[in-house]
Write a protein that binds this ligand. Structure first.
Ligand SMILES: C[S@@+](CC[C@H](N)C(=O)[O-])C[C@H]1O[C@@H](n2cnc3c(N)ncnc32)[C@H](O)[C@@H]1O
Length: 266
């Protein structure tokens, strides 16, 4: 890895470590409700993966483990991976407190196969993940390495069009290329889970078009079952989105989708 790339990952890790403290007490992550049994999973992933009971599941970029533990409470045998030591430490605490038997591993997601040797029935990743990775080829390869033959990969992610906007501004402005190769640096006060926090987020990210995402998976040997694009997002990613029934958000004119999902098999 180049010195430059190492610096980007280290900066992102520092920011995510700080975010864990802020997110753990945020209304957004509603940790007390979660502890009482509320799932953190949203309708898209719940419908797509269905009954996970008895299945092994690898959750990539698991933050502090809410989704991992939600799948675990549904009977899956889960492993969560994340770059942030603080995220993994909190995930381990929650695992103990909630009497689950999930396993959590702290590493760069691209290095997962160096740290996790098991193969899984399901590899899952969600909402705000691939933008932290400079190149999706090693990511696709790692997913193929960690799936059992016939296993399912499912991702639910914000649409690449969404990442073209600088949404730190009050009115999102289209500023970045749909699949630009150059790194994007952003520095701002607060986080998506608590915009009023005075923590400073310093982040290096990359945009990836749908073609790159799909190709990184097919070139690694996966077969795409579907690629779906949705107008409705379970998260209010832009300030002016309109809330619909069931806690979903849409743009006023629905000119572009907010979320996409891929289901693939090995
Ligand atoms: C937006 S969060 C994922 C959100 C997730 N759906 C949740 O449970 O809230 C992105 C996660 O990616 C992690 N991350 C960022 N870069 C990473 C990398 N290179 N390797 C592993 N994890 C990374 C961050 O630490 C963070 O936990």
């Amino acid at each position: 890895m180049s010195v430059e790339l190492h610096k980007y990952f280290e900066t992102n890790k520092e920011t995510w470590n700080k975010k864990v403290d802020v997110h753990a007490v945020s209304d957004f992550y509603a940790l007390e409700d979660f502890k009482k049994g509320k799932t953190s999973l949203k309708k898209y992933e719940l419908e797509a993966l269905g009954d996970v009971s008895g299945r092994s599941l690898l959750h990539l970029q698991c933050h502090f483990g809410q989704d991992t533990l939600s799948w675990s409470r549904m009977g899956a045998k889960c492993t969560g991976v994340d770059l942030s030591e603080k995220g993994i430490a909190l995930a381990n605490e929650l695992n103990k407190e909630l009497e689950q038997n999930a396993n959590f591993v702290c590493c760069n997601v691209l290095d997962t196969s160096n740290f996790v040797k098991d193969k899984f029935d399901i590899v899952y990743t969600s909402y705000g993940v691939i933008g932290w990775l400079p190149d999706l080829k090693p990511w696709g390869k790692m997913i193929a390495e960690r799936l059992t033959r016939g296993g399912t990969f499912y991702m639910i992610e914000f649409h690449p069009i969404v990442w073209m906007f600088d949404y730190i501004e009050e009115k999102p402005e289209m500023r970045y290329g749909y699949h630009q190769k150059e790194v994007i640096y952003e520095e701002y006060e607060g986080t998506y889970a608590d915009p009023n926090s005075n923590m400073i987020s310093k982040e290096f990210g990359w945009n990836h078009g749908l073609g790159e995402v799909v190709s990184s998976l097919t070139e690694a040997g996966l077969t795409i079952e579907y690629l779906k694009e949705y107008d409705e997002s379970p998260y209010k990613i832009f300030p002016e989105l309109i809330e619909k029934e069931g806690g979903m958000f849409v743009t006023r004119d629905k000119l572009y989708p907010l979320v996409f999902a891929i289901k693939a098999t090995l």
